[in-house]
Design a protein around this ligand. Structure first.
Ligand SMILES: Cc1cc2nc3c(=O)[nH]c(=O)nc-3n(C[C@H](O)[C@H](O)[C@H](O)COP(=O)(O)OP(=O)(O)OC[C@H]3O[C@@H](n4cnc5c(N)ncnc54)[C@H](O)[C@@H]3O)c2cc1C
Length: 414
């Protein structure tokens, strides 16, 4: 792989999608000295989303890009509490004593992280050329051979490489692997909402559910599962209420399908009175329902000069909260593979390497999250989240296998 420093010209990188994965890639590539344009479908004026997990893998990548989640109100996970559906505590674990991860596992508000990534990517100060962010720009087609992006309004942009970071309903995926591989309903849906921690703590019957800082808490029913964890400096509780899709009205694929409190309480009707009292605190206007999508393994990650990353390559079930972190791993791998001085002629070879680095790991974590979502028998249910934790700790404590590129791009990795 030749690196001709006399031709030290930046690569022109076009990114379809300005979500978490696209912006991590854009920021990292900017810091490598490349010239990056991000095309984002929305106007990003009303970014939404609840909390996301930032596991040690994602956390390390963000820190190396100069983003410190704790400064955005992210809080560390310190404990893990497991209740049955009636609200009886079955297990309480101290996560701080695990001491297996090189970086902290934290909960962060998605909007705060997204805003920070955007701000840092386009800032005039900082290393490299500020990223150009083109909002309200829908990528409808890409020519992978010439690295040309076509927008809905007909305009065309040609670069040296295109990254397809356009999320679960990706257009660019169709170009890489064909239209047959597409996300399908997993049979499970998720109500998501936030409740101020104070509102739970104020009620003496349910205050114990929110007594600990940084506590990942779950309640297990027969076919429904409720998960709660804090974000915004432990002041806001993020909920995911997982249930069979036939029980709720989620129709579309988006993150923002409207839902009602009545439906939430009906679906979780078999849960204990204290759990339902807590659910009753939800503000209906913030309640959303989202159909959890799954997808078969893609046979390739790139075609010509177009490479996929994040949910476009591997939509994740949210049971281990790894969607954003694996998207960040993909992005960091691309960044590491394209240091300043990479020639346009090297790109195809680097993308082949990218695929070989990412394919096994991303799909192994994907399979692991899929298994975590299975409905289980009573005995297994009691053990379930401890096992998930063990598996997660194994998955997320491993080093992203790009050691050989660390020395080339120390500011990303060290
Ligand atoms: C609005 C929103 C809210 C979310 N809320 C949560 C949450 O509460 N909890 C959670 O765990 N995860 C949430 N996620 C998902 C989570 O961010 C992703 O699963 C994960 O970060 C992987 O990132 P990604 O960049 O691959 O995909 P995403 O973060 O989904 O980003 C994809 C981006 O591509 C854009 N896009 C799509 N199609 C096109 C196109 N044709 N042209 C240009 N741009 C396009 C989208 O608008 C989006 O900004 C949310 C995602 C979005 C978009």
């Amino acid at each position: 792989m030749a690196q001709d420093s006399s031709k030290d010209v930046p690569l022109k990188v076009l990114v379809a999608g300005g979500g978490i994965g696209g912006l991590v890639a854009a920021l990292g590539l900017r810091q490598q000295g490349h010239d990056v344009i991000v095309f984002e479908r929305t106007d990003l004026a009303k970014e939404f989303g609840a909390a996301i997990h930032i596991g040690p893998n994602g956390h390390g990548i963000l820190k190396n890009l100069g983003i410190f989640p704790e400064e955005l109100g992210a809080n560390q996970f310190e404990k893990f509490a497991d209740y049955d559906a009636q609200g009886e505590l079955k297990n309480l674990m101290d996560l701080l004593s695990l001491d297996v991860w090189p970086h902290k596992w934290v909960g962060c508000h998605r909007v705060a992280l997204h805003e920070k990534l955007k701000e840092k990517a386009i800032a005039l100060e900082g290393p490299g050329i500020p990223v150009t962010l083109k909002t309200s720009s829908i990528v409808v087609d890409v020519d992978p051979e010439s690295a040309t992006v076509v927008l809905e309004d007909g305009s065309k942009y040609t670069g040296d490489i295109v990254l397809g970071a356009d999320g679960v309903s990706s257009n660019t995926r169709k170009i890489v692997v064909g239209p047959e591989i597409k996300p399908r309903g997993s049979g499970k849906s998720l109500f998501r909402f936030m409740i101020p921690r104070e509102a739970i703590q104020k009620n003496p019957r349910i205050a114990h559910f929110a007594q600990y800082n940084g506590c990942m808490t779950s309640w297990h029913g027969e076919v429904c599962r409720l998960v709660m964890y804090p974000c915004v400096n432990n002041t806001l509780m993020n909920f995911g209420a997982i249930h069979p899709s036939y029980m709720s009205p989620a129709k579309g694929e988006g993150w923002d399908q409207e839902a009602s409190k009545e439906k939430l309480l009906e679906v979780f009707g078999a849960f204990g009175p204290q759990v339902k009292e807590m659910l009753d605190l939800v503000d209906s206007s913030t309640l959303k329902v989202w159909s959890l999508l799954d997808m078969e393994r893609i046979p390739r990650w790139y075609k010509g000069r177009l490479a996929l990353l994040g949910d476009a390559a591997h939509p994740f079930m949210p049971y281990q909260g790894q969607g954003a972190c694996v998207a960040m791993e993909d992005a960091a791998s691309i960044v590491a593979l394209l240091p300043r001085g990479t020639s346009k002629d090297d790109i195809l070879e680097r993308l082949a390497l990218y695929q070989s680095i990412r394919d096994e790991r991303a799909h192994r974590i994907q399979a692991s999250t899929r298994n975590s979502g299975q409905d289980l028998g009573e005995e297994e249910k009691r053990q379930v989240d401890c096992e998930i934790l063990q598996r997660s700790s194994k998955n997320i404590s491993e080093t992203v296998p790009v050691q050989e590129f660390r020395s080339a791009v120390p500011h990303v990795w060290n």
